[in-house]
Ligand binder design. Structure first.
Ligand SMILES: Cc1cc2nc3c(=O)[nH]c(=O)nc-3n(C[C@H](O)[C@H](O)[C@H](O)COP(=O)(O)O)c2cc1C
Length: 361
């Protein structure tokens, strides 16, 4: 049967990208979107941080900023869904248009600037999901950030951890979006260690039993020295349980359409693929595999996901591929992953983690 998204795709690409996204979220809320087949296979189930991920393919932050469609995204077949970035106060973000697509190169540039409805609305939506009985299978990550007007970042992160850590399966500290002035400056040893210590302290206070793991999301635009500095900070602070690699890039490869490339913001999708894989490989080497990595950037096939896993990622995520390929991409990636494992004679996805780096020795 024809993939239902193939019929909608031309219509979506005629619309402004943000409008298309808004319509998608509205449709998902109605529950009337046809869902692709989901893949369930023992070789793909991942146990990590005392949690069971039904499969290693997750939805990346940014798609569901207000935690409004968690259940439908889990039913779509994602093993985990990361909602946010949420900030304490609602904010509009940058002026529109602020999302741009290069269909030929399967690339997106966005300069959203964390538009979201704020913590209160986010919590209401989250509670509605958590009250669902039975709760759909899947792990829930919450991605937190600071308001544009905040001059003391730790204040916002502390508040969000205090309010949201008890509701999350994991928390992501986003310090790598390129569209909030000053945010990426936190990707340095001293500010990162200070921020993590404060967040860790807040999480301990908020969750006396079974606190959710803390993950930090980094940009791909870090040279080797910067990567080494950050890994040193993570290992010394002992406050981070995981790393998410990567956010969008400021790079603009030559082959992109010049008008598209001229748009300010972070680039994602296919042109980010190899760069983010290289960053994952480098972090895996530097950490000696001691801190689990969620890998993302341009994943749109099982082979793309497998490359990131072999470079050191335990789990993967995607966003842009959903725009270009539609929901069936999740089933496709999981099915292809099972085939790739079989081809390599591996019984379980965890056996492939960091395989390429281990071979280097
Ligand atoms: C429109 C858009 C909005 C995004 N918003 C966020 C966000 O709010 N927080 C965040 O951590 N990452 C955000 N991202 C980055 C993605 O989570 C992901 O790191 C990046 O797009 C690379 O993955 P991809 O190539 O599969 O899209 C956004 C990406 C896009 C395209």
């Amino acid at each position: 049967m024809k993939n239902p998204y193939d019929c909608l795709r031309p219509l979506f690409f005629r619309l402004d990208a943000e409008r298309a996204h808004h319509l998608t979220v509205c449709a998902l809320k109605t529950g009337m979107v046809p869902m692709p087949k989901t893949v369930s296979h023992p070789a793909l189930e991942v146990s990590l941080w005392d949690r069971k991920f039904p499969n290693p393919v997750g939805l990346a932050a940014g798609f569901d900023k207000n935690a409004a469609v968690i259940a439908p995204m889990m039913k779509m077949g994602f093993g985990f869904v990361e909602v946010g970035t949420v900030t304490p106060k609602p904010q509009h973000g940058n002026p529109r248009p602020r999302i741009f697509r290069d269909v030929d190169n399967e690339a997106v540039i966005n300069r959203m600037g964390f538009p979201n409805d704020g913590l209160n609305r986010f919590k209401e939506n989250l509670q509605r999901f958590l009250d669902k009985k039975p709760r759909p299978a899947g792990i829930l990550g919450i991605n937190i950030g600071m308001n544009k007007t905040q001059t003391e970042p730790a204040k916002d992160y502390r508040l969000l951890v205090q309010q949201l850590a008890p509701l999350a399966d994991y928390i992501t500290v986003n310090i790598s979006s390129p569209n909030t002035p000053g945010l990426r400056d936190l990707q340095k040893r001293a500010p990162l260690m200070d921020l993590l210590a404060q967040i860790h302290d807040e999480r301990t206070k908020a969750c006396k039993i079974a606190p959710p793991p803390l993950l930090v999301k980094f940009a791909p635009d870090l040279d080797e020295a910067q990567q080494g500095e950050l890994v040193g900070a993570l290992l010394d602070s002992k406050a981070a349980d995981g790393i998410i690699l990567t956010n969008t890039t400021l790079d603009r490869p030559d082959y992109l359409d010049p008008d598209f490339a001229a748009e300010k913001g972070g680039l994602s999708g296919a042109p980010l693929r190899d760069k983010s894989t290289a960053v994952i490989r480098s972090f895996y080497r530097l950490t000696k595999g001691k801190i689990p990595i969620i890998g993302l950037g341009g994943i749109s096939s099982g082979a793309d996901a497998y490359d990131k896993i072999k470079a050191g990622a335990t789990l993967v995520q995607l966003y842009s591929a959903l725009v270009f390929k539609g929901p069936s991409v999740i089933e496709q990636i999981n099915t292809e992953l099972v085939d790739l494992l079989q081809k390599d004679g591996l019984a379980h996805i965890s056996n492939a983690v960091g395989m390429d780096v281990k071979k280097e020795k």
